[in-house]
Design a binder for this molecule. Structure first.
Ligand code: IMP
Ligand code: MG
Length: 188
């Protein structure tokens, strides 16, 4: 297939579209069986998790609700400080609910660790994490992740919701970014 304008900055495909589809289907089956008869609330972190969330939800065979929050981390954009500011909070109260946090990727784990403390304080009946991708070698803090799509090596990836400076979210697969990519202009 010919390369699109969007794909010019991509060095390598890491997770193919078909592998994503297959894995999301498996996760959907696992989550549906685990949450059978429970009142499930999916919580997504904007914006990266939106794409994964939309596909995962449609693989669930149990009733569920969905809500989103937007956060911003203090400090350098590329390095997680773990101190998080809530830009948009959830609309739905968590108390007594079975909450599954859906994330695009866990890197150091600092952002999610802070978020989990915040959500736990709202006294949900249960609180688990489902992450599409995780980079175990980058982890700085131990957080139990109940569902993982793929473990990936320590490389900067984009696509299927993941961005580089807000671009590439609309790639249908997960790819590794070329090292010489500049914003808006791709060197060839
Ligand atoms: P953590 O606090 O270091 O775990 O940061 C996690 C957040 O950093 C994710 O929600 C992403 O927004 C971003 N991130 C980490 N690694 C990547 C990557 O390879 N590509 C795109 N975004 C990433
Ligand atoms: Mg994110």
């Amino acid at each position: 297939m010919s390369q699109t304008e969007l794909e010019r900055g991509i060095a390598e495909v890491l997770v193919e579209e078909e592998s994503l589809r297959q894995r999301v289907h498996e996760l959907g089956e696992e989550i549906s069986s685990d949450y059978a008869g429970r009142d499930l609330l999916l919580v997504g972190v904007l914006k990266g998790a939106v794409f994964f969330m939309a596909d995962l939800m449609r693989q669930l065979t149990v009733p569920c609700e969905v809500d989103f929050m937007a956060i911003s981390s203090y400090g350098a954009a590329s390095d997680s400080s773990g101190v998080v500011r809530i830009l948009k909070d959830l609309d739905i109260p968590l108390e007594g609910r079975h909450v599954l946090v859906v994330e695009d990727i866990i890197d150091s784990g600092l952002t999610l660790s802070y978020l989990m403390r915040n959500l736990r304080a709202r006294q949900p009946a249960s609180l688990e994490i489902c992450a599409l991708l995780t980079k175990p070698s980058r982890r700085e803090i131990d957080i139990p992740v109940r569902y993982v799509g793929f473990e990936i090596p320590n490389r900067f990836v984009v696509g299927y919701g993941l961005d580089y400076a807000e671009r590439y979210r609309n790639l249908p697969y997960v790819g590794v970014l070329q090292e010489d990519v500049e914003l808006g202009v791709t060197k060839r």
